[in-house]
Design a protein around this ligand. Structure first.
Ligand code: HEM
Length: 553
């Protein structure tokens, strides 16, 4: 009995050893057709014959790993590209900055560019380019561009457009949802944003002259959450009605990038977490996990209900009231309209709509309320604009205001939604950067945050300076490098909705309230970690004392 236990321990040890090796050297490499990275965990071995085989296998595996390292360093198609040798040999280099250093790879990549130049091999399989002039060559509408499933599989939402690597499949999926987020559609449904902004203002005015600081940062997240739920699934999640603006959920959303960074490297973890019963997470999770779960459950339930209402044709056939109806009525084949497919699509689009817009808004409000000159200029422009607030016209009127637009662009420049790189793959042709020929099928990424703060494109890039957008020539020049919503085939689906929220919320708050920010600083607005979205040092929201602006009294 005892000896069997010993062998079992050794069996487990061998299996663990193999798994670690697989993890370190990623022996399967990356293959878009078989993105399975760690299939090598062995079953428990309980007899001597098996153990003997294990030792032989392990020795083979070590030799193979060493051979693989040598291949990657000297014979791989990317071997000639500059970069650290360790990053070229193993993904563990990236994992170290992602996981152990809590989302520092974006900033490490910036340092690597200072050392190795504008093109760097950042993993055995991936290149990164840091040159504003290359942006428009990589993010394009023409040609075939796959995404790099290494990053997107980690979200465990394989049926969503955002995580669809294949160009053609993405194109079909995207075509089904695009009309729902078109500029015209957003303009037509701007009353949804207006209602949420009015509610936000009513909640803020409860704190006016109360002597209590409110959490403005979390209130902004509540606003984007309520707009997204009404716009996408036709039902408000009523975050703005909650006393604390559903702070627990905001906290989870803002730090959920940490899970993505781990599931990227431990490939089985994402599907395992997804497979866990909700009751288990409810029992073991903290308040934030429970709040997020409750949100997901509600969205899933609404998705189910809407699919059945579509099937039973309860809905007025003239209009797509929700994204679910929009997909159900699209020309997509039936298998693209299954519950799992629609649920992945709805929940990822919902996820993309929340903290991206909220963080940009927080950055904009922070700079407006810490710089009196910006605040005065904005107020002067808004009060001389004689806005009608007429249904359907209000947004168009705001869009015509040059200084307001400049302030929003500056917010989007410093807080461009994502802190991570966006790799693209040209599967069918080589692409060229300067003298470098990049082989077909190679993931190549750029990071908007780095481009937006590059001195070659913007003077004093770290400064919030709306004036830089007031000169039409400067604006034209930046057309090639200003890309907060990305560009090309994978450009942000919700950009018109996001713009509308930025315009309407900023205009309303600036006209109506004075905020004295309590202890706010760069810790609330500067990006210090890659959470896929922007990660700031302090994620607890911006606190503010409020009073009604005197023109409103
Ligand atoms: C200020 C706010 C926002 C910013 C800066 C932003 C930025 C971006 C960026 C950079 C991408 C490209 C991501 C990639 O390559 O993987 C993207 C994609 C996407 N965004 Fe946004 N986003 C914002 C708001 C929104 C909103 C409100 C929605 C919701 C409707 C949304 C939905 C999406 C979707 C679905 C995609 C994937 C598009 C595709 O792959 O076809 N975003 N966004």
């Amino acid at each position: 009995m005892f000896s069997i236990r010993v062998w079992e321990v050794r069996g487990w040890g061998a299996a663990t050893f193999r798994t670690v090796l697989a993890y370190v050297f990623d022996p399967c490499g990356y293959s878009p057709s078989s993105p399975t990275y760690f299939p090598n965990t062995l079953p428990l071995a309980t007899d001597r014959a098996k153990i003997g085989k294990l030792h032989l296998c392990d020795a083979t595996r070590v030799c193979w790993a060493i051979g693989l390292g040598i291949y990657r360093l000297f014979f791989h198609p990317l071997a000639k590209f500059p970069g650290p040798k360790l990053a070229a040999a193993t993904r563990l280099y990236e994992a170290y900055y992602d996981v152990a250093k809590n989302g520092q790879y974006t900033f490490k990549i910036a340092q690597l560019h200072s050392k190795y130049g504008p093109i760097v091999r950042i993993s055995p399989h991936e290149l990164h380019i840091n040159d504003p002039s290359f942006y428009e060559k990589l993010y394009r509408q023409d040609g075939r561009w796959d995404k790099y499933s290494w990053s997107y599989d980690a979200f465990s939402a394989p049926y969503s457009s955002i995580c669809t690597a294949d160009h053609e499949l993405h194109k079909r999926r995207r075509a089904a949802v695009s009309p729902f987020f078109s500029r015209a559609q957003v303009s037509k449904r701007q009353h949804i944003i207006k209602a949420a902004v009015d509610k936000l203002c009513a909640r803020i005015s409860e704190y006016a002259d109360s002597g209590f600081a409110m959490n403005l940062g979390t209130a902004i997240s509540a606003l984007t959450g309520d707009v997204a739920t009404v716009y996408i699934v036709g039902k408000s999640y009523n975050n703005l009605d909650r006393q604390d603006f559903n702070m627990a959920m905001t906290n989870v959303l803002r730090s959920s990038g940490a899970i993505w960074r781990v599931t990227k490297h431990i490939r089985w973890l994402g599907p395992t977490l997804k497979a866990l019963p909700m009751s288990f997470i409810e029992k073991c999770g903290d308040d934030g996990a429970r709040a997020f779960l409750a949100f997901l459950k509600e969205v899933t339930q609404i998705t189910k209900d809407n699919i059945s209402s579509h099937v039973s044709k309860e809905l007025d056939a003239s209009e797509d009231r929700t994204l679910i109806h929009c997909i159900s009525r699209s020309h997509l084949p039936l298998k693209e309209k299954s519950f799992d497919r629609i649920n992945d699509e709805v929940s990822t689009i919902m996820g993309a709509a929340l903290e991206t817009t909220a963080q940009t808004l927080r950055v904009i409000l922070y700079y407006i309320y810490t710089d009196k000159e910006i605040l005065h200029k904005l107020r002067a422009e808004l009060s001389s604009a004689s806005l009608t607030q007429a249904d359907g016209l209000y947004l168009r009127e705001l869009e015509q205001l040059p200084y307001l637009t400049a302030v929003l662009m500056e917010g989007l420049r410093l807080s461009p939604g994502l802190a991570t790189r966006m790799a693209r793959i040209a599967p069918d042709r080589s692409i060229y950067y300067e003298q470098w020929k990049i082989p077909a099928g190679t993931p190549v990424g750029m990071t908007t945050l780095l481009i937006h703060t590059d001195e070659r494109a913007y003077s004093q890039p770290k400064r919030f300076d709306p004036e830089r957008w007031m000169d039409p020539n400067a604006r034209k020049k930046a057309d090639k490098t200003f890309a907060p919503f990305s560009r090309g085939t994978r450009i942000c689906l919700g950009m018109h909705l996001a713009w509308a929220e930025l315009y309407m919320t900023t205009a309303a708050l600036v006209q109506r309230f004075d905020f004295v920010l309590e202890g706010a600083g760069p810790k609330d607005v500067e990006c210090v970690s890659d959470q896929f979205i922007i990660g700031t040092e302090d994620q607890s929201g911006i606190k503010a004392f409020v009073s009604e602006h005197e023109a409103q009294r």
